[in-house]
Write a protein that binds this ligand. Structure first.
Ligand SMILES: C[S@@+](CC[C@H](N)C(=O)[O-])C[C@H]1O[C@@H](n2cnc3c(N)ncnc32)[C@H](O)[C@@H]1O
Length: 218
């Protein structure tokens, strides 16, 4: 009996220390939340992640509803808003109020009327059900604590046929900057988690030097 208990304890310690997952299967130890103090870094031009090239591959149409989940400084929010046009809507969602305050100032300055700022929760972007044509998650997935719960809520928020786009730092591609390899989430894990949530794999693009670019549909 005692031997069995010791074996269980050893297995649990091994799991926690070496697999990067917590005891609660839905959680993992993610990278640190990106600090609002580093917003200038998010705003600097990314020749390694060209927003125009990304937008061109999203199949977003005028009038669409799109969510920029983990919007940060809004680097992608503004091009998304251009893409959906005045009849469309972009939700700029984040869990850090300082990020949203920064985006609000930007939106005010640019006098954009088709962006709605949303303070979400770690597991729930708090968006209306069945409302989105596209959920766009860039450079954020490796910071997410409960990916399956978040994906489940995004699934609920998408219309049938809506798309989930995940762009994130690929641990297999060496880069001179970006989050440490040990907190990056492999593309295969993202695919597995999205399929587990109920999404279907649709497309991937491989033009970015440091990132994967995966698209799923509901
Ligand atoms: C590295 S920044 C990327 C910002 C932006 N997507 C970009 O590419 O410039 C990651 C952002 O994701 C946000 N974030 C982390 N976990 C999140 C979650 N579970 N839901 C929504 N936002 C989250 C952080 O607050 C941070 O602003």
């Amino acid at each position: 009996m005692k031997k069995g208990i010791y074996t269980c304890i050893i297995i649990l310690i091994f799991k926690v220390c070496f697999t990067g997952t917590s005891l609660f299967a839905q959680e993992r130890r993610p990278g640190k939340l990106f600090s609002p103090e580093k917003i200038p870094l998010l705003e600097s031009l990314r020749d390694w992640q060209d927003s125009k090239e990304i937008m061109d591959r999203l199949d977003i149409r005028r009038g669409d509803s799109v969510a920029d989940i983990g919007a940060g400084s809004g680097y992608f929010t503004i091009p998304l808003a251009e893409k959906v046009g005045s009849e469309g809507l972009v939700y700029a969602e984040d869990i850090q109020q300082e990020m949203l305050d920064y985006i609000s100032r930007k939106v005010e300055k640019l006098k954009l009327k088709n962006i709605k700022i949303v303070l979400g929760e770690t597991e729930d972007p708090a968006l209306p059900d069945n409302s989105l044509n596209c959920a766009f998650v860039a450079n954020t997935y490796h910071e997410v604590v409960s990916p399956l719960l978040l994906l489940g809520n995004i699934y609920k928020d998408l219309k049938t046929g809506g798309r989930l786009v995940i762009i994130d730092w690929d641990p297999e591609k060496k880069s001179p900057f970006g989050p440490p390899t040990e907190v990056r989430v492999p593309g295969e894990t993202v695919v597995k988690e999205a399929l587990e949530t109920g999404f279907s794999f649709w497309q991937s693009h491989n033009f970015m030097p440091y990132h994967y670019f995966l698209i799923f549909t509901k």
